[in-house]
Design a protein around this ligand. Structure first.
Ligand SMILES: *Cc1c(COP(=O)(O)O)cnc(C)c1O
Length: 426
């Protein structure tokens, strides 16, 4: 038996329980004979001792590397793998990822600084996001990274920055596509959107880029996030490619990068399927084969992924502070909660609250249904709602899986004034 809640997706299942083979890397977390979870091959309790505090996030280098390796092996030549830092901007992790992927996508001046501190080549750093401030655009231009333009205003500001320094800013056009990414957890294109420039306005924007003398390099087509249906991702990629091909005669310079977005989702509950990546790889092979004839030998396709690269490599670990029985219901009150892991509490844009996979560390014989809550004075502070776990007492470690993305940085850590959560790359 495992200590994993029944609601757990395959990623949280004991390796010895079988069923691992169908799951693509990184697969289930291994456990030692005594039931302890193994992080980068070491018992979790030892890792937590070394970190020196709970709650903590721990990220496993071996799982980060395995996922990136799997993707790069499956990508055809000419397709670049980018990491979207927004998913997890911990500087040590970003620095590690610099050695695992071909490029980074940043979404703020702060993320850009983290990217520049890493070993990533500037040529392969790009910057997307609505409402870029003049200071951020100047920063990007000075750093020589690629700016994904999201408005005509950004062209004007970059033209000024380029004049000041005598070096034309490197730009790509972020397109608000004329279609949606179907079955996506978060749609970021199609219809009226604050992201990118409407496809209908792209010809005018290209003319403006040419007039301003900016260094045009390509397009950025990001349709949405957290998609578990390969057909939807394939359709968005193919339609994006065809759309861009329609602008060939208008390009101010040869196309160097065509960023086809990402959107690869990960399972957060047992109701979520594991994304079948094979059709996406097939589609990328098809597009990569067509690209040299359509766009020239210099053109590279880019796929940018956040959670798919890092989400399954991270654990959130908290400690049971109190075990309370209220009218026959058991509550494990922990030192961690929604202020540090908003997404696991179900309050990060989820339509319906579902439990993240959760477990108690170490072997347990007795199992019971409990609710795992945090220390905040709000019923929203819930990490596991009526989950089946091994018997736990104060001092025991509770682990939330699938916590490598949108964890610490996406949580309201000041809420109620508890100490901040520690992060460790193991
Ligand atoms: C948020 C975002 C990503 C990352 O999304 P994931 O779901 O974590 O893969 C990638 N690109 C852009 C433009 C984004 O806004």
């Amino acid at each position: 038996m495992t200590e994993t809640a029944r609601t757990a997706p395959p990623a949280a299942v004991d390796a010895s329980a079988g069923g691992a083979s169908a799951t693509p890397a990184p697969g289930p977390w291994p456990r030692a004979a005594d039931g302890e979870l193994l992080v980068a091959g070491r018992p979790l309790s030892r890792v937590v001792e070394e970190v020196g505090a709970t709650p903590c996030y721990v990220y496993d280098r071996t799982r980060l590397a395995a996922r990136a390796r799997q993707l790069r092996a499956a990508f055809p030549a000419g397709v670049l793998l980018h990491y979207a830092i927004k998913a997890n901007p911990m500087p040590a992790l970003v620095d590690f990822m610099a050695g695992q992927v071909d490029g980074f996508d940043v979404a703020s001046g702060g993320e850009l600084r983290v990217a520049l501190d890493s070993g990533m080549a500037r040529e392969h750093i790009s910057f997307a996001g609505p409402g870029k401030q003049e200071a951020e655009l100047r920063q990007a231009q000075a750093a020589g990274i690629l700016v994904n333009l999201e408005s005509f205003r950004e062209v004007d500001l970059l033209a000024r920055a380029s004049e000041r320094t005598g070096t034309p800013a490197r730009v790509a056009v972020r397109v608000n596509l004329p279609f949606e990414l179907k079955a996506s957890g978060m749609k970021m294109s199609g219809g009226p959107k604050q992201f990118g420039v409407d496809a209908e306005q792209v010809p005018d924007l290209l003319a403006r880029i040419r007039d301003a003398g900016l260094g045009f390099e390509g397009f950025h087509c990001f349709a949405g996030s957290q998609n578990l249906r390969a057909e939807a991702i394939v359709e968005a990629q193919q339609r994006s490619y065809d759309l861009v091909r329609g602008w060939l005669d208008l390009l101010p310079a040869p196309l160097r990068f065509l960023n086809l977005g990402g959107g690869f989702g990960i399972p957060y509950s047992d109701r979520d399927p594991v994304l079948d990546t094979a059709p996406v790889f097939d589609s990328l092979r098809d597009l990569a084969a067509r690209a040299p004839a359509d766009f020239g030998a210099q053109a590279r396709l880019v796929v940018e992924l956040g959670r798919y690269l890092v989400g399954e490599a991270g654990l959130y670990v908290c400690r049971v502070v109190d075990r309370k029985v209220s009218r026959d219901k058991v509550f494990l009150v922990t030192d961690g909660g929604m202020h540090q892991h908003l997404a696991a509490s179900g309050n990060f844009g989820q339509v319906m609250r579902r439990n993240y996979p959760i477990a108690v560390n170490g072997r347990r014989d007795a199992r019971e249904h409990v609710s795992v809550v945090g220390p905040l004075c709000t019923p929203l502070d819930l990490l596991g709602d009526n989950v089946e776990l091994g018997r736990a007492d104060p001092g025991d470690l509770v682990v939330v899986f699938q916590s490598g993305a949108y964890g610490r940085s996406a949580s309201p850590r000041q809420f109620l004034g508890h100490p901040d959560v520690v992060e460790a790359l193991v």
